[in-house]
Design a protein around this ligand. Sequence first.
Ligand code: AMP
Length: 509
Amino acid sequence: MNIVHAFLNRARSHPHLAAVTCSGRTLSFADLAARSQALAAALSQHSQLTAGSRVVICMENRAAFFETLFASWIAGLCAVPVNAKLHPKEVRQIVGDCAAALVFTSDYLLGGLQPVLADLAQPAPLVSVDDDAYQAMLRHAPMDCMDMQPDDLAWLFYTSGTTGVPKGAMLTHRNLLGMSLHYGADIDHVMAGDTMLHLAPLSHGAGQYSLPHIFNGGHQVIEKSFTPDLLLEGLQRYPRVSLFAAPTMITRALRAAEGLSDAGGNLQTLVYGGAPMYVSDLLKTLDVFGPRLVQIYGQGESPMTITQLSRQDHQGSGDAAHLARLASCGIARSAVQVRVVDDDGRDLPTGQPGEIITRSDTRMLGYWNNPKATASAIREGWLWTGDIGSLDELGYLTLRDRSKDMIIRGGSNIYPREIEEVLLRHPAVAEVSVIGAPSADLGEEPVAFVVLKKDMTVTAEELDSLCLDNLARFKRPREYFFPEDLPKNNYGKILKTTLRQQLNPKGTQ
Ligand code: AMP
C-alpha cells in the first residue's frame, strides 16, 4: 500500500486531464506521472538514498512540489516538506534533525541555504529544481511504484512544540490515506476537473488537502502566495473551486469583496481552520460566499482531521443556538474519536473544559527521533493535542484556549520561546517575554516585553536586526516594550496572561 497509487491510478484513468497549473504552465496527469516516475528512478539510483531516507522539499509554491513529493513516495522515501519562508538557519535545524539525504529547493532559495547547510555533520546534497541537474533527473526511464507498508513513513511534518524546538510528526501512508478518505466522507466528493486553488503554503495544510483532491482528478492551480485579489479572481476564472484558507486570509478577502455582486463565483467549498474564526467574521463570510463553508480542526499530529463544522451546521436563523454552533469547531470526523479529559485522562462532563484527546487512523506514529515527546503526546493510543476545549451534549467541540502560548499570525504558528531565545542572546537583555497582540489583519502578531540589564541599553532596531539574522521575517516582533520588570507568580514564572491583559485590557482577543 503506497499512498501515491491513488494518484497513479488517476493518471491512468484520466491521462489528459489538467493536474497542475502554475505560472501559466499546465501539466496533465500523464505528464505529472511521467515526470514523477522518472525523478523517482533518479532518486532510487542516488548513492545516498536508501528505503525510508528523508528528502527535504523546501521551495515556494510551484508544480515541482508535486513532482518531488510523488517521486519520493514512488521511490519509497519519506518526504519532508518545509515552509519556504523559514530562515535558512531554521531549515538547517530541520535538515539536521531528520538527517536528510537530499534537499530539493529552488534557485530563489539556493543561495541562502547553501552556506548554512554546508557544515552539517551529515551534509545533504542540494538540488535546485531550476537547475540542469534536475532536468537530467527527469530524463531517467520511469520506475514502477515501490510497495510500502501502512506504517511506513510518508511525510515528516515539522511542527513546533511548547519548547519551541521543531519536532517532526511522523505521518505514515496509513495516516495520509485516512486523511484523504475523511475528506471524501465529510467534506466533499471531488469530481474530475474540479479546481483546487492554492494560495497558502503547500508544505502545510493546503498541500495535505491537495492529496484527496488530486487523487480524484482535481486540478491544482498554484499561486506563489496569497492576495485577496488572487482569491477572488480564481473564484471567477476556474470551475468548481475549492480552497483551504486560514481565517485571516478570509477576512482580508471579505474586505476586498465589498461592493462585488457575486464574489463567491464558482466557489464549491471553502475549507478554513488552523486558527480561531470569530463568529462576526463567519457571519459576514456566509453573507458574501454563501453556504459553502466547512471548518476543520486538526493539527500536524493528526493532519487536517479531528473535527469539522459542516456546511449544514453553518446554516441557521442566527439564534443563540446557531451562534454557539458557529463558535464551535463542530463534531468528530467520521471515523475519529474525540474526548475531553482531565490531567489523568478521565472524561469530563459536558461543558467542562479540559484537554482534547483524539484517536483515529490519521494519528501520527510519533515524533521523529524523540521518544520522550512521543510518550507524552501519545498515551494508550490517544493523541493529547495540547488544546483546551469542551464538548456539548450533542458532541460539538468548542476550543477554549490554546493551552500553549502559541501565536497564530495569519494562519502561521509562531512559538514565543523561539523568539525569546534569540532576544536573550543580546548582552543587554536580562529577561524577555513574547506574546501575541491582537491584529486586525493577521489575527495576532508577536510583541516583545524586554527587561534590560542594569545600566545597559538597546534599541528596538537592534533587537529587530538580531531577529532578522536568526528567524523567519514573519516571526519578528511588531513592537517592543521595555518595562522595569515582568509580572511573575510565586514560582517565579512569567505571567503571560497578565501581559496580555496589560496590552489588551478589554480582552477583545
Ligand atoms: P498545526 O499543527 O500547525 O496545524 O497547528 C495546529 C493547532 O492550530 C491546533 O492544535 C489548534 O491549536 C489550532 N487550530 C487548528 N484548527 C483550529 C480551528 N478550527 N479553530 C481554532 N484553532 C485551531
